[in-house]
Ligand binder design. Structure first.
Ligand code: 3H9
Length: 701
């Protein structure tokens, strides 16, 4: 028998234990082991029923994703499931941790399912650009009903055992000793001679939907916006529909065909890349697991502005007491008022209980006294984005904060080393760049200064995990990973409109590519004044021999700061967030082009896409080569979680690899010829393209 699956007997019950840490994925050895164990149980006259249980911290979390794309190794999962369902002795799944994907499909092939209350079941394949490919789309609707199955399969979100019991997925919620509970359940089955319950032959729950075929179109419609551009959610619906319209065996065939279609699509490759990239980003070669980290018990946020308030909410949401420090009572009151309003809006939407809101608000206090910093394990500065102000704050923190406390700056562009030099303890200083709104956006860029200690990184990383952020480690440079790449992207967007495109054309191309929004709509949302202030700060050092578009500056000079002033790159009707093209902006663009001697022409969509994307990628290549990002996939994570890059395209660097770096380089070189120095190809891009490699071959990964 395989080492990955053990078989032992407890009285008349054969217990099959899967031991494939960390998540008991269904790799080849597990599949074979399950078949062997089933055969052993079948052959043993002393065995009346069998239990399948996961060793370690979880049941089976699904197919082994690392096997995808490799030649399939028998036995396939279908034969294993056929073996389970076809067993002449009852088989019971015993669930703890997470039974996900193929793991839940194993459970659904069993005749009965028991779970501990904390156990979760789900079919998250859609998040990998796939659909459940081993009967999940056929069995789940038969046991839970079509609408419940559609919701679970298309969202990919798991449900807890008590809810799963209500839905009919789990037969019994047992006490914490899962093995004992499952064995007792199996013994009862034998004693009561309960029949084998095969989900594949059930029909009553799908029959209801057969009479109401409109349910599928209605469901398609309901996800249209959210699932825009994605293939898998719609294929999931098609597969569930097959469970209703076809006999089980035919439905399985249809599911398999749809699964293979998804597997062959570039989307699943992008989404699987994103899955691993997110986990890879947390691995810092010189800060291995076990690096000493301080437990954060109490935090202070300096500044009650939009960012400060949002950051404080992160702490409160994770149960960490936090004090927000401001210089004036009215500013503090206003800031905490916004926090309260944000929570109240969530309560109103039914996504937070009033009691939880009160608990969270209770964890946030305000103070005008910087002395509160004395108690803090971490202080996050979120004041005005100006070096002099930041330095003053850090010099003051240095005098008050306790030894070992993390001193973090939420700067989005400034030099973290210069900030650290304002203190006597640069080893404790780190950048924690939250994205706006900080209580919503998942990304956190941790910025490592030249002297940041490993312990400071480990502590900040652990905090990031606790507050539910996806984080990447960036080196110190102007704009770090995300905003440094954004600068050339926005530059090209502006140049394109000067050359003859309209903001709405550029935004549409980028939106249709799958971004949450285009560059102009994004700037209007974020506020144009922040970038303007940064540009003014750098005006003295700007190279006058390089092309510069003045459109953004002129808009700000006219007080057009974006949505908040109802005018920016677009205009907005009062109270509306819907951008409307503005002839005044178009006239301004034309005037700026004329002043700059830019010849106007028809600009094609393909050029727009390439200039915007390759501007990101060329800068990303420099960032990678300089070691600002540890790996190309960290850049992808930054763009997926911080900038609304479409997940199904895997991120900018992954996308470039998919297109092929030879092609990317050819385009970049062409732009270099036409538009000059800013388009000089990054040396890493040149080298990798020449060697026939991709960004995946560069960096720490
Ligand atoms: C499927 O089942 C298809 C079938 O329908 C049909 C087939 C025909 N495979 O996330 P963590 C690794 S598709 C391989 O940090 P947590 C992960 O990369 C699958 N590896 O832990 C990491 O490795 P490393 C459907 C996997 O406790 C380590 O395990 N299932 C897999 O925070 C720990 O992971 C899913 O999509 C896997 N399936 O969360 C479930 N899963 O240490 C995907 C994890 O080297 N998994 N790894 O970085 C998850 O959602 C989470 O991992 C889980 C645990 C909730 C299970």
């Amino acid at each position: 028998m395989s080492d990955l699956v053990a078989f032992d007997k407890q009285g008349s019950i054969g217990v099959i234990t899967v031991n494939n840490p960390p998540v008991n994925a269904l790799s080849q050895g597990v599949r074979q082991g399950l078949l062997d164990a089933l055969a052993r149980g079948a052959a043993d006259p002393g065995v009346g029923a069998m239990v399948i249980i996961g060793g370690g911290r979880t049941f089976i979390a699904g197919a082994d994703i690392r096997e995808f794309g490799k030649p399939p190794q028998p036995p396939d999962l279908h034969s294993v499931l056929a073996g389970i369902e076809g067993s002449s002795k009852p088989v019971v799944a015993a669930i703890h941790g997470t039974a996900l994907g193929g793991g839940l499909e194993v459970c659904l092939a069993c005749h009965y399912r028991v779970a501990v209350a904390a156990g979760q079941v789900g079919l998250p394949e859609v998040k990998l650009g796939l659909l459940p490919g081993a009967g999940g789309t056929q069995r789940l609707p038969r046991v839970a009903g079509v609408e419940a199955a559609l919701k679970m399969i298309v969202s990919g979100d798991p449900v807890r055992a008590p809810r799963a019991k209500e839905m009919g997925i789990v037969d019994e919620v047992v006490g914490d000793d899962l093995r004992a509970g499952a064995v007792a359940f199996a013994e009862r089955l034998v004693a009561e001679r309960r029949p084998l319950r095969k989900i594949s032959v059930l029909d009553d729950k799908v029959a209801a939907a057969r009479a109401n075929p409109g349910v599928f179109d209605a469901f398609r419609k309901s996800i249209e916006r959210e699932a825009r551009g994605y293939l898998a959610p719609f294929k999931c619906i098609e597969a569930v529909q097959a469970a209703v319209t076809l006999p089980f065996a035919e439905g399985l065939k249809k599911e398999r065909a749809l699964f293979q279609e998804c597997m062959a699509s570039p989307q699943s490759k992008g989404q699987i890349h994103a899955f691993f990239a997110e986990r890879e980003a947390t691995k810092i070669p010189d800060v291995p697991p076990g690096t000493p980290a301080m437990k954060i018990e109490r935090a202070v946020v300096i500044g009650a502005g939009t960012m400060g308030g949002g950051i404080a909410m992160n702490f409160a949401n994770a149960g960490i007491p936090v004090t927000v420090v401001e210089v004036a009572q009215d500013v503090l009151d206003r800031g905490l008022g916004v926090v309260r309003k944000n929570y109240a809006a969530t309560v109103e939407k039914g996504r937070l209980s009033q009691a939880d809101m009160d608990k969270r608000m209770g964890l946030i206090t305000g103070s005008l006294d910087r002395g509160v910093v004395r108690e803090a394990d971490i202080v996050i500065e979120a004041v005005f984005e100006e070096m002099a102000v930041k330095k003053e704050v850090f010099a003051a923190l240095d005098k008050i904060a306790k030894s070992g406390a993390v001193l973090a700056s939420n700067t989005s562009t400034l030099d973290i080393d210069e900030i650290a030099r304002a203190t006597s303890r640069p080893q404790s200083v780190i950048g924690t760049h939250f994205f706006s709104p900080a209580n919503v956006m998942r990304l956190l860029e941790l910025v490592r200064g030249a002297k940041t200690a490993k312990e400071t990184i480990a502590t900040s990383a652990e905090l990031a995990r606790r507050i539910g952020k996806v984080w990447v480690l960036a080196g110190n440079c102007d704009g770090f990973i995300g905003n440094r790449m954004l600068a050339p992207y926005l530059r090209e967007a502006e140049f394109l409109v000067e050359e003859g495109a309209t903001p709405q054309q550029v935004d549409k191309v980028i939106y249709d590519f799958g971004f949450a929004m285009g560059p102009f709509a994004m700037q209007d949302l974020a506020g144009l004044d922040v970038g303007w202030r940064i540009r003014k700060g750098k005006a003295a050092t700007r190279r006058k021999d390089l092309r510069y578009s003045h459109v953004g500056d002129r808009l700000c000079e006219q007080g057009r700061f974006g949505q908040k002033t109802s005018a920016g790159w677009y205009r907005y009707d009062a109270g509306s967030r819907a951008p409307k093209p503005d002839p005044e902006v178009e006239a301004l663009i034309a005037a700026c082009a004329k002043e700059g001697g830019v010849e106007r022409r028809q600009v094609g969509d393909e050029e727009i896409l390439k200039r915007c994307l390759w501007a990101l990628v060329n800068e990303g290549a420099r960032i990678l080569e300089e070691g600002i990002a540890l790996r190309a996939s960290d850049i992808d994570v930054t763009y997926l979680y911080g900038y609304g890059f479409p997940r199904y395209r895997g991120g900018p660097m992954f996308y470039a690899d998919q297109v092929g770096l030879k092609q990317v380089l050819a385009d970049v070189a062409g732009f270099h010829t036409r538009h000059g120095e800013p388009w000089a190809p990054a040396p890493l891009l040149e080298r990798l393209a020449k060697e026939g490699k991709g960004f995946r071959d560069a960096g720490a990964r």
